[in-house]
Design a protein around this ligand. Sequence first.
Ligand code: PRX
Length: 637
Amino acid sequence: MATRIRTFEEYRAEYERSVKDPEGFWAEQAETFVWRKKWDKVLEWDQFEGPKVDWFKNGKLNISENCLDRHLETRGDKPAIIWEPNEPNEEAVTLTYKQLHAKVCEFANVLEAKGVKKGDRVCLYMPMIPELAIACLACARIGAVHSVVFAGFSSTALADRINDAQAKVVVTSDGNFRGAKNIAVKAVVDQAVANCDCVDTVIVSQRTGIDIEMVDGRDFWWHEEVSKVSDKHEAVEVDSEDMLFILYTSGSTGTPKGVVHTTGGYMVYTDYTFRNAFQYEENDVYWCTADIGWITGHSYIIYGPLLAGATSLMFEGVPTYPDAGRFWEVCEKHKVNIFYTAPTAIRALMAYGTEFVEKYDLSSIKALGSVGEPINEEAWEWYHKNIGAGKCPIVDTYWQTETAGFLIAPLAGITKEKPAHATLPMPGIQLAIMDNEGNEIEGNDVEGNLCIKFPWPSILRTTYGDHERCKNTYFSTYPNKYFTGDGCRRDEDGYYRITGRVDDVINVSGHRMGTAEVENAINEHPNVVESAVVGFPHEIKGQGIYAYVICDAKPENEEAFRAEVLKIITKEIGPIAKPDKIQVVSGLPKTRSGKIMRRILRKVAEGDATNMGDTSTLLDPSIVDEIIEGALVPVKQ
Ligand code: PRX
């Protein structure tokens, strides 16, 4: 029987067991799934070597079978997905496990008919419609690898991701209803695919009915294709270590990297963490507001909940449309029991006051979740008091695209919470706080860089097509440890609090962005010589983007110049990467070896130049005064 922790003592005991006997512990969790062939060995690894980690070695299975077929007898008529559309007056769609199974089988047949085989990559560029979940599960069913690209990315960003993964099929929609907008989606795919020789097929789900172009022989309507195939499909057997998906995420250098997750370990870990952290009970309605374009949607809208036989609500719209009560209206309408969202959404809704909350009956909610960035105490208290009626636990889940599942999180109602603390590690997660010299810092009331010193089942296996990069990024800073890139405090009670990234990654509204990526886009402007991007504290977004830009010729009209830069960023990456502030400067603070001192730029962007440290080693110290002088925020000196 898979573990279900019920008390804090049980958590302590489980945690201890997971450290003393990881193989026994995880084997027990894995037993509850359907394996076509049982594994020979639970875990094989030497050192964290890039990593080389095999979980459930030589085990054969199919994750879609475990999400769907496995439940048909006992939960066939239970809602698997409840889909709530963008417009409140459009009817919600419920897909039971049986119905979802049939739709996944149909689409699996369509993909196979289009020549997609085990191991092939399929790119999904879609809004939050049920077809997105169906397409993921259909890929998994035939052993194809899905690469979901968030539908807010530009055609350039999409093309880069399609080419990197060498996807042969793209699945998309005509348009996307988001708030008051009807956004073109297929048109973005058309532009992208024009630069992707690897793509031979595009499948289009009809959602908004906007006019689109269909390329003969390449583009096919989803509804037409599914009408030609059967809704029966025998899931393809894959190896436990076969790739399940690629998901691109930003790092501190260069272009986004394709984080690779495999099948068996991912399955066991997402199921385990979902059930235990949220304390999911059989008839609960669970709603995670994330987009499936990010890891949260993969692991905790689709796989974790469906593996657990849960009812997972999927929402097409935005929190503030038609008004700031939309989330709470949906909670009341579907009697949501577990509600999981991001601090940025909480802060945005806080700003509208409680009148939008008070209109709705939120008494069904028994647990709340938070993800994506550190939740500040004010937002935590507001969430707890107004949404959780002062009594619902808040599960602050700390994790990453690379970890695929929660690393640190309280168990709802079991772990005593502390506002703004992710609290304690999940069973199986062996944390280490490291100093800059490479020593582990023991004891409580300490702070340093957060690492993990033992593999857990859903650790990333590689970065697609570039294993060296995986090794260098995550496993070289601290030998034989996975480095998260986050700073962390372990307080006097042994509770963990994430203090934010310690590398050049910024987190804007829970969206992860590499400063280098934004800089590369800015540098595309013909008048830009060089740029440097930093994050700064932002009331709603958590972090905003502040760009310092050196121009070839001083722009005659700075406003017009800024608008041009924003346009380029929207084209290169997408609107989410647009800086909040763009300051034109004549130089950047650099060391004699040419390294930009970002610390100084961060301080100015934060509006605090009181403690700049030693600037005398700079190539040109006077540049700091100029930057402070021209800063786009008031700077304390
Ligand atoms: O800095 C941490 C922050 O988000 C980063 C991971 O981003 P991404 O891979 O996009 O995944 C987001 C969804 C899991 C982390 O390195 N982060 C995520 N959750 C938290 C967090 N920081 C503090 N508290 C959290 N609960």
